[in-house]
Ligand binder design. Structure first.
Ligand code: PEP
Length: 248
C-alpha cells in the first residue's frame, strides 16, 4: 500500500508573509496527524522560511527546480546541496513550464533528477503531453519518451527514491482536468513501463496527478488505483482549499 502525497507547487506566487501563514495554517490543520504526506514548494527565496515553519510538523518542503550542477560559475542556479542544507526534501524536475518556457529537454531533466538524488533530495519528475499530442493519440509516446529518458540516464533503481507526476499540459492552470479514467490510464501506463524493469519499484513508486486539481475533483481522481496523490498548483495557495485536497 502506497501512502498518498499531496504537493503544492506555488509557481511564482506568494510572499514571505504568505509562506509563513500557509505553512503555519497547514501545520495547525493537521496538528493531530495528516491524512497523507503534505509538501509545499514555494519560490526559492521563501524556502528557508518554509523549512523553518515546517520543522516538527507533518509538512515537508520542496523546491520547484534544481541545478544539474553541484557548484561553480552557474549564475542564477541553485544546487541540490544548498536545498538539502536548508531542509528541503523534494525538488520538482521537468515541470512543463520549465520544459516549454526555459527550453529544458529530456537530457537536462534527467541530469537534474540525478543531481537531486546525489544530494539526498527526492525528485518529483513531471511528465505530460500537450493537447495537440493527446488529440493525435501520442500521449503514451510522449510520456513514455520522457520517462525512458530518465530511466536510461539514472537506471531503474533510482526510481526507488523518486516520485513521478503526470501533468497533462492541457490541464495545467486551465480549469480543465483529466477525467479520473484518463489519469488512471496514463498512470497505469507509467507504472507498466517501470514494471518491465523492476516490479517492486513499480509497485512502490508514487505517481501523482497534476492539472487543475481542486477540492471538488480531488477525491474522485485520487480514488483511482494508480493515482497516489496530486501535484497542485493554483489550489495550493490557500490553506483551506489545499487542506481539503489533502483530506481527499
Ligand atoms: C502545476 O503547476 O503543476 C499545476 C498542476 O497547476 P494547476 O493545479 O494550477 O493546474
Amino acid at each position: 500500500m502506497r501512502n498518498k502525497l499531496v504537493a503544492g507547487n506555488w509557481k511564482m506566487f506568494g510572499s514571505r508573509a504568505m509562506t509563513r501563514s500557509l505553512v503555519a495554517g497547514l501545520a495547525a490543520e493537521f496538528a493531530d496527524g495528516a491524512p497523507c504526506e503534505i509538501a509545499v514548494c514555494p519560490p526559492f527565496p521563501y524556502l528557508a522560511e518554509a523549512c523553518r515553519g515546517a520543522e516538527e510538523t507533518p509538512v515537508t518542503v520542496g523546491a520547484q527546480d534544481v541545478s544539474d550542477q553541484d557548484e561553480g560559475a552557474f549564475t542564477g542556479q541553485v544546487s541540490g546541496a544548498m536545498l538539502a542544507e536548508i531542509g528541503c526534501r523534494y525538488a520538482i524536475v521537468g515541470h512543463s513550464e520549465r520544459r516549454s518556457l526555459n527550453g529544458e529537454g529530456d537530457a537536462l531533466v534527467a541530469a537534474k533528477f540525478i543531481a537531486a538524488q546525489r544530494h539526498g533530495l527526492t525528485p518529483i519528475l513531471c511528465v505530460g503531453e500537450s493537447l495537440e499530442e493527446r488529440e493525435a493519440e501520442r500521449t503514451e509516446e510522449v510520456v513514455g519518451r520522457q520517462v525512458r529518458a530518465v530511466l536510461a540516464a539514472a537506471g531503474i533503481e533510482a526510481f526507488g527514491r523518486a516520485v513521478i507526476a503526470y501533468e497533462p499540459i492541457w490541464a495545467i492552470g486551465t480549469g480543465r482536468t483529466a477525467s479520473p479514467e484518463q489519469a488512471q490510464a496514463v498512470h497505469a501506463f507509467i507504472r507498466g513501463l517501470l514494471r518491465a524493469e523492476n516490479a517492486n519499484i513499480a509497485d512502490l513508486i508514487k505517481v501523482l496527478y497534476g492539472g487543475s486539481v481542486k477540492s471538488a475533483n480531488a477525491a474522485e481522481i485520487f480514488a483511482m488505483p494508480d493515482v497516489d496523490g496530486g501535484l497542485v498548483g493554483g489550489a495550493s495557495l490557500e490553506v483551506e482549499g489545499f487542506a481539503s485536497i489533502c483530506r481527499a
